[in-house]
Design a protein around this ligand. Sequence first.
Ligand SMILES: [Zn+2]
Length: 295
Amino acid sequence: MNRAAIACLVFVCAAVVGRAYAQQDFSQVQMKSTHVAGNVYMLEGAGGNIGVSVGPDGILIVDDQFAPLADKIRASLKKLGEGKLKFVLNTHWHNDHTGGNEEFGPEAPIIAHDNVRKRLATEQKVFGRVFPPSPKEALPVITFDHSLAVHFNGEEIRAMHYPHGHTDGDSIIFFTGSNVVHMGDDFFSGMFPFVDLDSGGDVEGLTKNIEDVIKKLPAGVKIIPGHGPVSTIDDLKLYHRMLVETTGVVRKRMSEGKTLNQIKAEGLPDAWKSWGNGFIKTDQWIELIHRSLSK
Ligand SMILES: [Zn+2]
């Protein structure tokens, strides 16, 4: 697939549509709420999954989808608890995770990794597509380098930065008391991931990050992926195996001197066939791995 086609895919699947969301129709989107464990819920609408902590201290959200969905998100939060929105965490800068910042920023402080603020505050380019700087109210006001904890609703909610995975500003959020983790877009459950090489993402870095997270996760943990259903450690281990095996296949063929087109024509092992039914098709995944390994 050429760059223009990938840029088109990125637009269509709203992975990073910048402020072009105005062209999308959100009127038919319905929010779905799922209790994950302990204080934590997951909201699905359009864009990345939203994690919610609900309890006596109020409400904290992880990611906020798109600005035009803000009222629907508010209505869903109200059904979960009467408390006020106190904090917003962003897992990374992509607009399908931070588009609601301009709506929620005036209500509660936004917290994110340093690179999320840097990227939101400046023009970004993904596959030649330009994303203008976000307005001031959409920018994180508390940023961190390595990790940060919010002590909220009786538990420590820890955001940990993992470098060069999906982007260069990814955080994974550990709800330590509820035994829930929000992985952001480092985890697309059951499907090939989008890796934003233009924003500092890296396929091998992502694989290493996932390996590290698997070692850290306690037994029985429930996992909120950036995209896909609530998952388990076994789902994450399978995702890790997919990353290792598919990257290995492409690396081996590259070392044999095969071209990208030859590698695509040979495809990936059948075991991963259904993984190409999500955002990223098999050819696109091979291309992302090839481009990442060629850097
Ligand atoms: Zn993303």
